[in-house]
Design a protein around this ligand. Structure first.
Ligand SMILES: *[C@@H]1O[C@H](CO)[C@@H](O)[C@H](O)[C@H]1NC(C)=O
Ligand SMILES: *[C@@H]1O[C@H](CO)[C@@H](O)[C@H](O)[C@H]1NC(C)=O
Ligand SMILES: *[C@@H]1O[C@H](CO)[C@@H](O)[C@H](O)[C@H]1NC(C)=O
Length: 360
């Protein structure tokens, strides 16, 4: 190669190099990066510190649990309080917060770190003996308006899941462990069972069911009384999702308003006690229902399957999945006020069934 050609050669090479690196930089400005809006798996994972395990139950958090079990990347759960300073978010489960001697983190809060209040209980079943105002940035709860919405179950689009309903030998059943005379639902059952026999199982009756017997037992019945222990916006629990839908019994629900249920499930998948002027009308409706009418309550199964959420780890992993979409700056100035503010819960129970609600 002549000296001139060698110079040209190196110049061309240098030019090429500059163009390529320029293009590379511009590309990331012009083109949205693939997966933007989600946690970038190549960057540092988010660290979610669970300050204490819900109900003091030790949690197994193997290596990459969010990825391995729930296909959520870039998410690290830890219960090691020493990681406070590097945690992107710290989760506090409500029940233990209320215990005597409960200790919040003492160090200064790293800037940008989010504190998350978590609970799946309804306010009727909560204790409030501490001031929780101006402390939390986000909430994780069954309330749909929570930043991290964690329902007890959900309907997911699915093609036809057939369900055999030919084998049902019983009509109405109810499983109850915490029975309180003054509960709205107790009043309802007392009145309802004057008109139609209800087979009652659970700790409150003398017929307890082993955990694996629950669903098969209910499956033998046409209807399940999915009666929530207290009436609150979006408070729709495993009584609907597992005991009714998974077992394949049609739910007769007592809980928030019908319109509240219909935010989450098709209108023809359940019977709401407020659809009837009295428990007697409901009893007549159930006992005189034809096979043809009954099968209508299974039509939704051609379109949906039911997914149950019952693992706290999945709920905590969801924090990472939602993280990029959540408000960067937010404070719950009046958390307890927010908890009790629930316009959708009321006006749902027919006259005569709303009584003082007690715990349990
Ligand atoms: C019907 O019920 C009987 C008795 O409970 C059970 O052995 C049988 O497997 C059931 N059949 C179907 C199709 O579910
Ligand atoms: C349960 O059993 C006890 C003792 O056998 C009896 O006194 C009680 O009335 C029973 N309760 C119900 C709900 O059947
Ligand atoms: C989170 O809440 C705390 C306490 O109210 C507040 O001081 C902090 O600024 C909030 N952080 C963000 C990022 O909003």
């Amino acid at each position: 190669m002549s000296p001139l050609r060698r110079v040209c050669y190196w110049l061309a090479l240098g030019f090429l190099f500059v163009m390529v690196s320029l293009f590379w930089n511009i590309r990331s400005i012009l083109l949205p990066l693939p997966g933007s809006g989600e946690v970038d798996a190549s960057s540092d994972p988010l660290t979610i510190l669970i300050w204490h395990s819900p109900f003091h139950k030790p949690m197994e958090i193997p290596g990459n649990v969010c990825q391995d079990l729930y296909d959520i990347s870039g998410c690290r759960l830890t219960t090691n309080q020493n990681e406070f300073n590097r945690a992107d978010a710290v989760v506090f489960h409500h029940k233990e917060l209320q215990e005597k001697g409960y200790e919040f983190p003492t160090g200064e809060r790293p800037s940008g770190q989010k504190w998350i209040w978590a609970s799946l209980e309804s306010p009727t079943n909560m204790n409030f003996n501490k001031n929780l105002n101006n402390l939390f940035n986000w909430t994780l709860s069954y309330r749909e308006e929570s930043e991290i919405f964690v329902p007890y179950g959900a309907m997911v689009p699915h093609s036809s899941t057939s369900h055999d309903i030919s084998n049902k030998t019983g009509l109405v059943t109810w499983v109850v462990s915490h029975y309180g005379r003054s509960q709205v639902r107790a009043q309802f059952v007392k009145e309802f069972s004057r008109h139609l026999k209800v087979d009652i199982y659970g700790r409150a009756s003398n017929k307890t069911l082993c955990p694996s017997c629950l669903v098969p037992t209910i499956a033998r019945y046409k209807f399940y009384l999915a009666l929530e222990n207290s009436v609150h916006t979006d408070y729709i629990t495993e009584k609907l999702w597992r005991n009714s839908f998974v077992a394949g019994a049609v739910p007769v629900v007592l809980g928030p308003s019908r319109s509240n249920y219909e935010k989450f499930i098709p209108s023809d998948s359940f019977i709401h006690i407020s659809d009837f002027p009295s428990p007697k009308h409901l009893a007549d409706f159930l006992s005189s229902m034809s096979g043809q009418q009954y099968s209508q309550y299974f039509r939704w199964r051609e379109r949906y399957a039911v997914k149950i959420y019952n693992d706290w780890r999945e709920r905590f992993c969801l924090i990472c999945a939602k993280y990029p979409m959540l408000p960067k700056r937010k404070i719950y100035l009046d958390l307890i006020g927010w908890i009790w503010n629930e316009p959708l819960a009321k006006q749902s129970i027919p006259n005569g069934h709303r009584r003082a609600q007690t715990q349990g």
